[in-house]
Write a protein that binds this ligand. Structure first.
Ligand code: SN0
Length: 314
């Protein structure tokens, strides 16, 4: 592993998943790997789980961690190549990333999409600049199109809770009040369509089709109730349209995940990456039910990050 930005960087996911389960069973058993090492974390956007779980992951490995909130704590960074910097930006991303690489052994970076320029977002223009200027391995803490540490934690969560060898996993769109990135669903599809013991179904209203690059062989079902039938896992997430880029095409409240839909499943477990808008995306009753995995899932963010840092530092 050279960088970690997508499912493809995971290599053999079975090997990586087994490593994560091994690390979870023995979280402090790998401190020789992180000794005298530093994990740097840069956030261009807000974070709760990613920031804290990544710091904890570094500590578990015996490494140190620093966090920079770009723009808020640092100079305002210029992204454009060849810019004449006589405006509001004070330091070029080229210099900032090269300098930060001097201060760490692995660099984690979070950048969000514009949701206005699809080409720029899907070409990962900002993240690719960071990859170009970094001189240490880079980990995506969510890019413009993907959130691989989340998906890896989701895979750990399903693997350690699955009731049978084969399981049906359903990714469902749910309503929201703001236009959100496609990163979490893209990434979830990128990972789960590759897992050979998962029957993977995606359900969403018309117009919310994700980029086919990530959904590959996934079954798309426009009828949410039909999709939920017999599901072992329901993974809810809102996203804005990829087709009508960044637009909200529906706020149909009947898509909110509620006990009514969960009753159609095979005693289905409920998952969400968080943060979640309660009683908009999913009802309190589902979030607080014994079948809700949201806290275990968030806990596994430590082990997905720790496993990836372990692979990059070892
Ligand atoms: C982000 C997203 O990609 O959907 C981060 C998820 C890990 N979520 C949000 O931005 C939610 C913001 C809101 O207003 O609820």
């Amino acid at each position: 592993m050279k960088n970690f930005t997508s499912f493809a960087d995971a290599g053999d996911y079975k090997v990586l998943l087994n490593k994560a389960l091994e690390i979870k069973a023995n979280p402090y058993g790998y401190q020789h790997v992180g000794k005298n090492k530093t994990v740097g974390l840069i956030f261009f956007n807000p974070s709760l789980r990613t920031r804290l779980s990544s710091v904890k992951a570094a500590y578990n490995l015996g490494a140190q961690a620093w966090v920079l909130n770009a723009g808020a704590d640092s100079w305002t960074l210029e992204m454009a190549d060849g810019a004449v910097m006589n405006g509001g930006t004070q330091e070029h991303i080229k210099d900032a990333i090269a300098v930060m690489s001097q201060y760490c052994d692995v660099l984690g970076v979070r950048t969000f999409p514009t949701l206005t320029n699809r080409e720029e977002d899907y070409d990962e223009v900002v993240f690719n600049k960071i990859l170009r200027y970094a001189t240490v391995p880079v980990v995506s803490l969510e890019s413009a199109t993907l959130h691989p540490l989340q998906s890896f934690a989701d895979l750990i969560t399903v693997a350690e809770t699955k009731p049978t060898d084969r399981v049906k996993v359903v990714l469902t769109w749910a309503p929201h009040v703001r236009a959100l990135p496609q990163c979490v669903p893209n990434s979830f599809a990128d990972w789960f369509s590759e897992v050979d013991w998962v029957d993977f179904v995606i359900t969403h209203p018309q117009g919310y089709e994700l980029d086919k690059r990530f959904t590959k062989g996934a079954r798309i079902e426009y009828d949410q109730s039909k999709a939920f039938e017999g599901a072992d896992y329901i993974y809810a997430k809102n996203w804005s349209s990829y087709r009508d880029y960044g637009q909200i095409l529906s706020s149909n409240p009947s898509w909110m995940v509620d006990e009514r839909q969960m009753a159609l499943t095979n005693n289905g477990r409920f998952m969400h990456c968080l943060p979640v808008r309660r009683n908009v995306v999913v009802s309190d009753a589902v979030l607080d039910s014994p079948n809700s995995l949201i806290i275990q899932e968030a806990g596994n963010r430590v082990f997905s990050a720790q496993t990836v840092f372990h692979e990059l530092l070892k």
